[in-house]
Design a protein around this ligand. Structure first.
Ligand code: MN
Length: 190
């Protein structure tokens, strides 16, 4: 199978002023595209050609001989998911997700604080996540390309905290980027 860069589910300028068109042109158009292209090169002629992205991630996770394939497959998956987690007018959720956050974290505000802390404290490149773990919602962070998919967990929300995700718009102010994400862009998945 040859993987394709998925369509961005909105225009490049749709997330301004929180994420600029310029950031999306680089982040989606260059970084995400490169992960997909590198993955296709790495799996050409291998057993991984016949697998889905999720299968490749699970098959290569933690195996030193497949680090390159894992990194590019996981980053291809993580970015496709991240784009779905963004929308203009997003932010605090309503309905069933809000009720679950209140039940499992005590309040939305507690969840917001925990997610933000995870995103800000991830040292170097990585991701912060809201996941479902043993039927409960939990916050986690991962380094570099690592993804909850590799650990059998179901993600409901993510924010990319690699510098390429925010440096053009926020420079070193990662906390401001994460706050804008949680308050103005977050679109929870189910
Ligand atoms: Mn990224």
């Amino acid at each position: 199978m040859t993987f394709e860069l998925p369509q961005l589910p909105y225009e490049m300028n749709a997330l301004e002023p929180y994420i600029s068109q310029k950031t999306l042109e680089f982040h989606y158009g260059k970084h995400h595209r490169t992960y997909v292209e590198n993955l296709n090169k790495l799996i050409a002629g291998t057993k991984f050609e016949k697998m889905s992205l999720e299968e490749i991630i699970k098959e290569t996770a933690g195996k030193a001989e497949y680090t390159g394939i894992f990194n590019n497959a996981a980053q291809a998956w993580n970015h496709a998911f991240f784009w779905k987690c963004l929308q203009k007018g997003g932010g605090k959720p309503q309905g069933a997700i809000l009720a679950r956050l209140e039940k499992d974290f005590g309040s939305y505000e507690k969840f917001h604080e925990e997610f933000k802390n995870a995103a800000v404290s991830q040292f170097g490149s990585g991701w912060a996540w809201l996941v479902e773990k043993d039927g409960k919602l939990a916050v986690m962070k991962t380094s570099n390309a690592d993804t909850p998919i590799a650990h059998g967990l179901k993600p409901l929300l993510t924010v990319d905290v690699w510098e390429h995700a925010y440096y053009l718009d926020y420079q070193n102010r990662r906390a401001d980027f994460v706050e804008a994400f949680l308050s103005n862009l977050a679109k929870y998945q189910d």
